[in-house]
Write a new protein. Sequence first.
Length: 171
Amino acid sequence: MGAILIVAAFGSGLTGTLGAARLLFGMGRDGVLPKKFFGYLKPGSSTPTFNILLIGVLAFLGAVLLNYIGSAYEHAGELLNFGAFLAFMGVNFACFWQFTVIARKTGAQSELLKDAILPLIGFAFCALIWWNLNNLAKSVGGIWFAVGILYVGFKTNWFRSAPVMIDFSES
């Protein structure tokens, strides 16, 4: 069982690291993040080397720090859930907003249960789980979220201009 867990963790970590490195590369290539560092590809292999190293260092430091505080798996899972449930809340609220507020402005028909009530129930359910995460996950996740908001604010002249969008045409 231990060997299976090691292989599974290695496989998940490798694919997660490479996926995140490619995402960071795309953001660097399109100017969302600093192009010189995040948009770099190693000649010959077209590998986003700097992004892989950055994610590896962050993962190592996170594992060491979370292990120092307590159970690394438990804390890592809760920190992952912080972002996941925050994103799910955003998706549910965006569905509610799109199909009730914006649809009414365009004159499109909307169904109360499907377009308003169910997304709000989903939002409330995710918010309840998110609210009950431990304080460490909420603190670290909140700091990470605040850093992201400050970065976007800085890049958009404190929200006076539209943020740079990622070009998904090569996907």
